[in-house]
Write a protein of this length. Structure first.
Length: 338
């Protein structure tokens, strides 16, 4: 190479246009050779999602099962639990809603009652997710009359003793991602002892900004089972405590039109009713351990007097619900979109 060419190349190499500028304040270049914490990219700017890209945040997903009238410790309860395990292994489950009558036939005598083991912990031992629980009339004792009001507190207290039982109060609410859940004490509604519950639930509903709102309790608003519709339970026309007039009034004053879905048990069957309560969809899922007949009185999209449960998946603004039997067969599917 000629000496002149060599000198020209040397000058170009030292030119400011060819020398990388020093980093500005606070912009030290990343040390790409430094150790990177697990799961982190050393160039986070390359991972940031852009609108419409494949890396945009996914829609939130909530998945749960709902079943009631479970607390018998019998083969039916174990069969449904096994079907839930198979479904959750296949589709995923975040938690369960337990819809009352958790301990037959007259609830428990204390928070240390061995029935919690035989009628909850052991049947659901293979399910590791939480169970959010409400009280039924049998949980309040008196062979299902529901008049031993102190017994409900034992199931609330059991929350502190179990790794999966969740009942912080006789009525309560919680939020999972974009879904708000409102747990009701329908037995106290039956007995006209729900003024504080009305005030609390109204306040929670008014304050909620969740995309979806779901209420769950033991007694149904409408049912094709032997207990029937609130306000005329068991064909009792004139005794408000027995006929469920308190449940009817609570639903119509507080819940109807304020939530997307109301889930209940009490009748030992599975039903998705055609009538709504001012737009609130009505579902009965009380076949978690045993079944009763379905004489019928309301139009239904689906009903079955066989063992099974409800599976719900909510992704973004789409809710997909399935009724499954104890063999794990999907018998009915309904989709709601907001």
């Amino acid at each position: 190479m000629r000496p002149a060419h060599t000198a020209l190349l040397a000058l170009l190499a030292l030119s400011p246009a060819c020398v990388p500028p020093p980093p500005g304040p606070g912009l030290d270049p990343p040390d790409l050779a430094a150790p990177v914490p697990p799961g982190e990219d050393p160039r986070p700017d390359l991972r940031a999602p852009t609108p419409g890209s494949d890396l945009a945040p996914a829609e939130p997903v909530v998945r749960f099962v709902a079943l009631g009238d479970t607390g018998k410790g019998n083969q039916g309860q174990r069969d449904v639990a096994a079907a839930i395990r198979r479904k959750c292994e296949l589709s995923g489950c975040d938690f369960a809603l337990l819809l009352g009558d958790n301990i037959y036939n007259s609830g428990v005598r204390s928070a240390d009652d061995d029935q919690f083991r035989t009628k909850f912990e052991e049947p659901y031992a293979m399910l590791s997710f939480p169970f959010y629980v409400v009280l039924g009339n049998h949980d309040y004792g008196a062979e299902g009359a529901g008049s031993e009001f102190g017994k409900g507190a034992y199931q609330v207290e059991y929350t502190r003793r179990s790794t999966k039982w969740r009942m912080p109060a006789a009525h309560y609410h919680f939020v999972d991602k974009h879904v708000a859940f409102f747990a009701l004490d329908t037995n106290l509604q039956m007995w006209g002892l729900a003024e504080q519950q009305k005030k609390d639930v109204r306040g929670w509903l008014a304050a909620s900004t969740a995309t979806w709102k779901i209420a769950f309790g033991h007694h149904p608003y409408l049912s094709n089972g032997r207990h029937g519709n609130a306000g005329s339970y068991d064909n009792v026309p004139f005794i408000p405590i027995a006929n469920g007039q308190g449940v009817k009034e609570f639903m119509e004053q507080v819940i109807c039109g304020q939530v997307d879905l109301y889930l209940s048990g009490h009748d030992h069957s599975r039903q998705w009713l055609v009538p709504t309560c001012r737009g609130t969809e009505l579902v009965v899922s009380g076949a978690g351990a045993s079944t009763t007949d379905l004489p019928g009185r309301n139009a239904s999209r689906f009903q079955a007097s066989t063992l099974g449960f409800l599976y719900v998946r909510i992704q973004g603004r789409t809710l997909t619900a399935e009724f499954l039997d104890a063999a794990g067969t999907v018998e009915f599917t309904r989709q709601l979109t907001k």
